[in-house]
Design a protein around this ligand. Structure first.
Ligand SMILES: [Zn+2]
Length: 442
């Protein structure tokens, strides 16, 4: 079976066929670095990391790019209020961002374009759009002329008329149409660049299109981001790509749902924000990763402490079972490098079905169950096979159980414990066990 995936552009589940053989180019909108990320922001960080890993596991040659928006009004304002430069603000929160990415078990993308490294290319695109009649200069700002794009609204399934009636009457009479969006913003304060339209800075929607184009060319395979980026950000990226390159920028548009805290969208002003930086980078980071990975990716996650504890229980159960089984097999010298092909096929079947992660969760729990029964039955052959299969599946999802094989010294004590138990030398067994408890091995 081939991978099928929901394409937001066509609103259909489609077979995944990359444009160039088995090469996959993937771009995911990254953070604007002016603050710390919260657990809702971690959702795309986790989902697309998994997507990249799963595609690689399926034999694709993936290049994953995710940008850093290091110029924005919010960064400029933060720099002013803290009496420093935009560069300092952006660097500080970019470092914090990568720390958070690691905390939830994700890896850095292959390519990390920074918006400020592409200013000249952005100016070139804007000039091209003005020349073609898709953009206009208005008192130092440049706007995109939305009415020129026939299928504007194609991604978010909205018609221009609907959008127009919904758009607030703009107090800003610089625009021809309230839906027109800024490609270039005239700036009086903060960081700015010279351009043929006057000094200012690029608009966010232009940054992503240009970086996409520069890194990958006209059409990429996958463009991703959070559901809330569909409109206006991604819609406006598509509009510019249509005008400049005659494409929809990406073949597959994939969006992940939100994560709400106790039914409310997290926001600083409501004071209900859980920052990733405050989560410990082993156990809790992994529990959060599991919670996000095993929730259907397009649906909203109703995050609560109860839900977190539910996943913590599952995760702890896996750790316990894995630890016991691994040590016993290591002690017996019966660890294997083989997998159970039927279980791997089952895993692929669920993942290929637009990421049916709930079935994957059931599959993992079933494997753990069989491991436990095999251990009790001393069926080490089955146990070793299931254990390695579990390792392979968890590695694709990048779920780390933080359990290593025992060291020589630990193994020696483990042997003492097991042998003393067999010989019913309970005193000796207790002494050895106490040591293993100290090492957190049992
Ligand atoms: Zn973007």
């Amino acid at each position: 079976m081939a991978l099928v995936i929901y394409n937001s552009l066509t609103n259909k589940v489609e077979e995944f066929k990359p444009i160039n053989g088995n090469k996959v180019n993937m771009y995911v909108c990254g953070p604007t670095v002016y603050g710390y990320i919260h657990i809702g922001n971690a959702r795309p960080v986790i989902f697309y990391d998994m997507l990249r890993r799963y595609l690689a596991f399926s034999g694709y040659d993936v290049t994953y790019a995710s940008n850093i928006t290091d110029v924005d009004d919010k960064i400029i304002n933060k720099a002013i209020s803290e009496n420093t430069t935009e560069k300092v603000v952006a660097k500080m929160f970019e470092d914090a961002y990568w720390d958070s990415v690691e905390r939830v078990g994700s890896s850095k993308p292959d390519l990390i374009p920074h918006a400020t490294d592409y200013i000249n290319e952005m100016i070139e695109l804007i000039e091209d759009l003005i020349q073609k009649g898709y953009a206009y200069v208005s008192s130092g700002d440049v706007f995109f002329r939305v009415s020129k794009i026939k299928d504007y609204g194609c991604l978010s399934n909205q018609q221009i008329e609907e959008l127009n009636s919904g758009a607030r009457i703009s107090v800003d009479d610089k625009k021809e149409n309230p839906l027109d969006f800024a490609l270039w913003k005239k700036t009086e304060v903060g960081i700015k660049w010279d351009s043929p339209f006057g000094s200012g800075r690029p608009g966010w929607h232009t940054e992503c299109v240009v970086m996409n184009h520069k890194l990958f060319g006209d059409v990429i395979d996958i463009h991703g981001g959070g559901m809330d980026l569909k409109f206006p950000h991604h819609e406006n990226e598509i509009a510019q790509a249509e005008a400049a390159y005659g494409s929809h920028l990406a073949k597959y548009w994939i969006h992940v749902g939100r994560l709400d805290l106790n039914g409310v969208k997290m926001s600083k002003s409501l004071g209900n924000v859980i920052y990733v930086k405050d989560i410990d980078n082993t156990h809790d980071g992994m529990v959060l990763r599991c919670l996000i990975l095993f929730s259907p990716y397009r649906q909203m996650i109703p995050y609560s402490m109860d839900l977190f504890n539910q996943y913590a229980k599952e995760y702890d159960k896996w750790v316990r079972a894995y630890k016991q089984c691994l040590f016993e097999l290591q002690y017996k010298g019966l660890l294997k490098d083989e997998v159970d092909p039927s279980l791997i096929d089952e895993f692929k079947k669920y993942m290929d079905d637009d990421f049916n992660v709930q079935n994957v969760l059931t599959l993992i729990n079933n494997i753990v169950k069989v491991m436990n029964t095999s251990l009790r039955a001393k069926d080490y052959d089955t146990l070793a096979l299931k254990l390695h299969t579990l390792e392979v599946i968890l590695d694709v999802l990048h779920i780390n159980l933080f359990v290593d094989k025992m060291t020589e010294e630990q193994l020696a004590v483990y042997k003492e414990w097991q042998e003393a138990r067999l010989n019913k030398d309970f005193e000796k067994a207790d002494i050895a066990r106490a040591k293993l408890v100290e090492w957190k091995l049992v």
